[in-house]
Design a protein. Structure first.
Length: 264
């Protein structure tokens, strides 16, 4: 992995809406799988920009127009706005972490989807500082193909003491939702996600939810975790996995925390 680069992550605002450049050429806002929260998670954990384009008054608006392939991946990306080469390359790279719902069937249209990015330096200064507190223990080069694996020489694990550390983190931080306690709701939330080569998570997807706030609490905890990436052929690789978080009223204590059962 490369040495840490001093930079400030940027804020992303996705604006809902409809754009029409002519009477016969409409563009529609793309709907990311996982919604705006997923786009936000990718920007917060994966965006890297050189110091040369970051200034105290960095503030720009970029519109991306693109097609979608059969898998929901962006292609033929065109950027409109104040975009230098470094920023252009990074925005296009970020699209590799995202998938979209293909809501249109317009074979004769070119780049019918759009997203509007408003980027500035202020809102993610605090997040950037937090991100730099995390250092992957074992350093390997990262695979740059964006291929997602489900098998590897070594599977990803929680960065601090593996499964035991993950259980300890969940037990120390989980809050059983008050509504779930009032309604005696129990169950297991199963979450699927990709562990990226920098140890952060993207493509977080609920495979099985639980009502009364349990799903939201499981997501909150998961987004706080950091991982040692999977490795294959002596490189860090993207790796898709899942685990359950079980909410059980038997384990609720007076501090409104609960134990959980985790696994892959």
């Amino acid at each position: 992995m490369p040495k840490k680069i001093t930079l400030i992550l940027l804020v992303l605002n996705i604006h809902l809406g409809f754009s029409q450049t002519s009477a016969t050429s409409p563009e529609y806002e793309a709907q990311a799988i996982g919604g705006k929260d997923q786009i936000e998670q990718v920007l917060q954990t994966q965006l890297i920009l050189p110091k040369t384009i970051l200034t105290s008054n960095f503030d720009t608006k970029i519109t991306a127009f693109f097609d979608l392939d059969s898998a929901g991946q962006a292609k033929n990306i065109k950027l409109d706005g104040n975009v230098n080469n470094a920023l252009r390359g990074e925005i296009i790279r970020i699209f590799n972490f995202l998938k979209f719902h293909k809501t249109l069937n317009l074979p004769n249209e070119s780049s019918p989807y759009f997203l509007i990015f408003k980027l500035n330096t202020e809102k993610y200064i605090r997040y950037f500082k937090q991100k730099n507190k995390f250092t992957i223990k074992k350093q390997l080069p990262a695979d740059s193909t964006f291929i997602v694996y489900s098998k590897a020489d070594k599977s990803p694990e929680y960065y601090k003491n593996g499964d035991d550390g993950l259980n300890e983190f969940i037990l120390s931080n989980i809050e059983y939702p008050k509504l779930a306690i009032e309604k005696s709701v129990e169950g297991t939330v199963i979450i699927e996600f990709i562990v990226e080569t920098n140890g952060y998570l993207t493509n977080i997807n609920i495979k099985q939810g639980v009502n009364a706030g349990c799903t939201e609490e499981a997501l909150r905890l998961l987004k706080l975790t950091k991982w040692q990436p999977a490795s294959l052929n002596n490189k860090f690789v993207r790796y898709k996995t899942n685990f359950p978080i079980t909410f059980s009223l038997r384990n609720v204590n007076k501090d409104n925390s609960s134990s959980s059962q985790l696994g892959q």
